[in-house]
Write a protein of this length. Structure first.
Lengths: 190, 836
């Protein structure tokens, strides 16, 4: 239905998937979606956990002459795996430049979840050619690659699970540990 | 002599234009119900609407006949004037896509009829001499009786246009605004057709007129094929793409006018030529009378579908059948004309008429279903059928429920609107004083959900009526109302009105969904002697600023921070509202908005108006602020995702709730809505910040306690959630008191908390009794199966397998049936398949 971003075909080998599955199994019962998380990680360059600080919609001309629209959000936070400070611009399809110029996308995250000030974990991947003359990081798996997070009253950072990759809420430290192990396994697989 | 003629022509053109403006303006406004009352909320009866329009056309025929020579001298100006007259109705005030005249339609049409009558009188006086001084073109004068063929041919052409217009209206979402727009497009095409095809023919006359009418009726069949192609969702999208629009713009003037243009183009151009070729007042009057007869007969012909009966072609073909019948009648009219007249191309005309008759009769015509032009995800309708009242569609809407619509207008809510509707029904009964409400007259469709809600409110007898009451039994059967067994009858509006006048009911209730007719002003709301309370709901997203608001206003929330208001009469306890005058919005201004933008504008205006009244509370102000901050949303977002929450409105709500010891049911509903939206959006810190202080100020508020328990669970603190929920179940009086009946949502949350605490056996025990008491509640049964599987109880897999057989394709049930918890998809990895 929507205008999906075409990303480069990721490297997928049977061995890699098996390793991801193994990684998921190692993640234990707190990560019931570990297998899918491995899949998501295999398709992404990493995750950024932070706050949305900017929001911009741009229009490009598609090969068929129609306009395509992309939203780019700036996220300021930390790298999911290492915890190192990071600022990144992540792009996904759809968006409106003004009320009558733009397009909705079935894969875009809900507008309310990516407005300035929202706390997000985004899995991203660099793409050389998003549109003509436009390269950068894209949101992997559309809305399936975005997870909200919050700080609990006990001071813990909790990533809210949903969909396939992270099905249940998980503490950030636990998720980071799982991601690191998964990354290591993926690195060995590559 | 030339100057004399030129002056005469100028004067004739001016008079013809004015006559046209008067006639067109009157026809656009002279529509049923002429004297609206509450029972017209669901729209006029088709026969009443048809007879009213036919009466308008007869009046127009008389005026044209009376005007005399002006028709002959400037037919193009007459048509152009009529187009302008019809187009002026686009500027009338309206009520959210559905026309509301604060004055009844007969009164609104009067000045236009008066203008036409005066112009006709002047024309007769001023131009009579010109008529006698010129040798008229066309056929020699014939007696009106000899115009019978023209009259019948015109009937056929009109019948074809009527059938096509019904389809075009459905494609354009069939709002009253679209109705006026379609009429304007039709008139513009008639004028263009007259100027292009009627004018070059130097000789007019009855034979050419009958031939052109036959052409219009025949071209309707071609247009029907076009309409059938557009009625397909892909066809509609392709059509929209031609004007650089998309299907989501259905309902806007650009798309509506373009649809009308494409569907009506061919027959309307031919019909315009027919009108132009009449040349003589008597012939034009005959054409208009033929149109009147066709319009009046259309509902009866559609219901009876005589051709299908004669040919034994099975069920009626609806509007498409009307088009075919029009072509046959057009052919018959041509044959009659040939029989009555000795001059003209009799053989050719007779042959053409006969050919069209035989061809149309042999043409296989099927109903043309018009589905919803755009849905985020494809929905396969369960039932689509057309009756004289329109096209009914019954769609599935979550958990085995059904939703009905008439000509794309909802008659019952989607699954997500059921909670709001239940709240409206409850508020209605609670507002009608201490006396019990046992018998009601329900203006609208009684669905199983409505019947169940009314039963729980103690109502034991529900009579139903609506403008489409003739089809009501069919629709009720399609949505499953007959399985509920609610006592009561489907009544014609006449009988319903009589019973209401006789005081047979404790309450007359219109639910607000499916209202398609004008909302009567205070002049029409009262039924009977005023002793019977009347409550007519109206969602806040329908424009109401120009309406006279009733002195007592009821309000209810729908679960998503949007509200409904009810106009009331009789003894109803609600909120007193000042009748602040509002500016009117032009219909054109309104039509230019997309339907969802209209809803947002109307909601904001209504809420702001209420918030400015002297009785407004901080909750009212918060609701107004919330309405003002809503923005356009992607149709791919869920209803919850589409709601924008602002800190300012939440702060207002919290402050108002904390500072007020006693909250009204409406205020409590708004606060619960806000807590629900925050919870569903999973904004955990915001839930705590909003609901925490209010729960402290109003201890034991179940909805807020549940929201806070959910927040505890989100924070991975199931101990706190369980403690909160158990305190809620014990009741507000603390230890020693009898435990209160546990709410379904509380039980589900308690189960989730126990599972998090790794106590699956306790979780299953907590849910078992409630799940067994409600076997149809999938969520309860699913969670019970999950808890049992977690506890290692084989009963869990059996239960899941049984449920999976009832709900094939459910991923979680599939997994549980194999002893695996938390499956979210049956596809091993969908992202691999689509190359992401």
């Amino acid at each position: 239905m929507g205008d999906d971003v075409r990303v480069l075909a990721p490297l997928r080998s049977t061995a890699l998937l098996l390793l991801c599955g193994l990684c998921a199994a190692l993640a234990g019962p707190a990560e019931p979606g570990g297998g899918a998380l491995g899949g998501l990680l295999s398709r992404s360059d990493g995750g950024i956990l932070g706050t949305v600080v900017s929001h911009e919609v741009r229009a490009f001309e598609a090969p068929d002459g129609e306009e395509v629209f992309f939203t780019t959000v700036g996220v300021e936070g930390t790298d999911l795996a290492t915890g190192a400070p990071e600022t990144l611009e992540v792009t996904f399809s759809g968006g409106f430049i003004h009320a009558t110029r733009g397009a909705h996308s079935s894969t875009a995250p809900p507008a309310d979840e990516v407005r300035t000030g929202r706390r997000v974990l985004m899995f991203h991947r660099h793409v050389d050619h998003i549109a003509e003359g436009f390269s950068g990081d894209v949101l992997v798996d559309g809305r399936e690659g975005l997870f909200p997070w919050f700080s609990s009253r006990r001071g813990e950072t909790i990533v809210q699970g949903r969909g396939r990759a992270i099905t249940r809420n998980v503490r950030l430290l636990q998720l980071r540990d799982t991601v690191r192990r998964c990354r290591e396994t993926l690195g060995q697989g590559r | 002599m030339d100057g004399f003629l030129k002056r005469g022509m100028t004067k004739a053109s001016a008079l013809a234009t004015l006559l046209g403006v008067g006639v067109g303006g009157a026809l656009a406004r002279f529509r049923a119900p002429l004297f609206p009352d509450l029972l017209d909320l669901s729209g006029p009866e088709p026969s009443e609407a048809a007879f009213t329009r036919a009466a308008g056309l007869v009046a127009a025929a008389l005026l044209v006949f009376a005007a005399g020579p002006v028709v002959r001298r400037a037919p193009g100006a007459l048509l152009a004037g009529a187009t302008a007259g019809v187009a002026t109705s686009l500027l009338d005030p309206l009520d959210g896509g559905l026309l509301v005249g604060v004055a009844p339609p007969w009164l609104v049409a009067c000045p236009w009829f008066a203008l036409a009558a005066i112009v006709a009188f002047v024309a007769r006086r001023q131009l009579g001499s010109y008529a006698s001084s010129r040798v008229e073109d066309g056929a020699p004068a014939t007696s009106p009786a000899l115009l019978a063929g023209v009259l019948i041919s015109a009937s056929g052409a009109t019948l074809g246009l009527e059938g096509l217009a019904r389809l075009a209206l459905r494609l354009g979402l069939a709002t009253r605004g679209e109705d006026a727009l379609l009429a304007t497009v039709l008139m513009a095409l008639l004028t263009t057709g007259g100027l292009i095809f009627g004018r070059p023919a130097l000789r007019g006359g009855a034979s050419r007129c009958a031939g052109a009418a036959l052409g219009a009726a025949t071209l309707s069949l071609v247009a029907l094929a076009l309409a059938a192609g557009i009625a397909e969702p892909l066809g509609f999208k392709a059509l929209c793409a031609r004007i650089h629009a998309d299907a989501s713009l259905a309902g806007t003037p650009t798309v509506g006018a373009f649809v009308a243009l494409v569907v009506l183009l061919l027959p309307a151009l031919a019909a315009g030529a027919t009108l132009h070729l009449t040349r003589r007042p008597a012939a034009m009057a005959a054409v208009l009378l033929g149109a009147a007869i066709a319009v009046a007969a259309a509902p009866g012909l559609l219901a009876a579908d005589p051709l299908a009966s004669i040919l034994g072609a099975g069920p009626g073909s609806g509007s498409a059948g009307l088009v075919r019948l029009g072509a046959i009648i057009g052919g018959a009219g041509t044959l009659l004309h040939v029989a009555l007249h000795r001059e003209g191309p009799r053989l050719a005309l007779g042959g053409a008429g006969l050919g069209v008759m035989l061809g149309a009769a042999g043409l296989p015509v099927r109903p043309v279903p018009v589905l919803h032009p755009w849905e985020p995800f494809p929905v396969e309708p369960l039932v689509v059928f057309e009756t004289v009242d329109g096209q009914f569609i019954v769609d599935p809407t979550g958990r085995g429920r059904r939703r009905a619509s008439l000509d794309q207008r909802p008659l019952s809510p989607r699954a997500r609107g059921l909670a709001g509707e239940a709240a409206r029904l409850r508020a209605s009964v609670e507002a009608v004083g201490p006396a019990p409400v046992r018998r009601i007259l329900f203006v609208g469709l009684l669905t199983p959900e409505r019947a169940q809600t009314l039963t729980t409110l103690g109502i034991g007898h529900v009579d139903r009526t609506a403008g489409w009451w003739r089809s009501m039994a069919l629709v009720e059967a399609a949505v499953g109302t007959d399985q509920v067994g609610m006592p009561g009858e489907v009544l014609s509006r006449k009988v319903a009105r009589q019973r209401a006048w006789a005081g047979d009911y404790d309450l007359v209730l219109a639910p607000g969904t499916g209202a398609s007719g004008p909302l009567p002003a205070s002049l029409g709301l009262r039924l009977g002697d005023g002793a019977t309370p009347i409550i007519a709901w109206r969602k806040a997203d329908r424009m109401a600023r120009h309406l006279p608001w009733s002195a007592t206003l009821l309000r209810a929330t729908d679960g998503l921070l949007t509200t409904s208001m009810a106009w009331t009469a009789g003894e109803v306890f609600g909120t007193e509202r000042p009748t602040e005058a509002g500016a009117t919005v032009s219909r054109w201004e309104w039509l230019r908005l997309k339907p969802e933008d209209r809803a947002r504008l109307a909601t904001a205006e209504a809420e702001v108006r209420i918030s400015r009244s002297w009785t407004a509370s901080s909750v009212d102000r918060a609701v107004a602020w919330h309405a003002l901050t809503q923005a356009p949303s992607s149709p791919f977002e869920s209803a919850i995702e589409q709601v924008e929450l602002s800190d300012a409105s939440l702060d207002l709500l919290r402050e108002g709730a904390v500072g007020s010891p006693a909250l009204s049911p409406f205020d409590r509903g708004v606060i619960e809505d806000a807590a629900r939206v925050l919870t569903e959006k999973r904004l955990v810190p915001e839930v705590v910040r909003f609901a925490g202080p209010i729960a402290e100020a109003h201890p034991g508020w179940p909805a807020l306690e549940r929201a806070l328990a959910r927040a505890d669970l989100e924070e991975l603190n199931p101990e706190a959630a369980l403690a909160r929920l158990e305190a809620l179940t014990r009741g507000p009086t603390g230890q020693g008191a009898a435990p209160v009946a546990e709410h379904r949502d509380t039980a589900l949350l308690r189960t989730a908390a126990l599972l998090e605490l790794d106590r699956p056996a306790d979780a299953a025990a907590a849910l078992r009794t409630m799940a067994q008491a409600r076997p149809g509640d999938l969520e309860l049964s699913l969670r019970l199966a999950d808890a049992l599987v977690a506890a290692g109880d084989p009963e869990g897999r059996q239960l899941a397998a049984r449920l999976y057989a009832e709900h094939p394709g459910h991923p979680e049930l599939f997994g549980l049936a194999q002893g695996k918890r938390g499956m979210t998809s049956l596809d091993p990895d969908p992202s691999r398949r689509d190359g992401r």
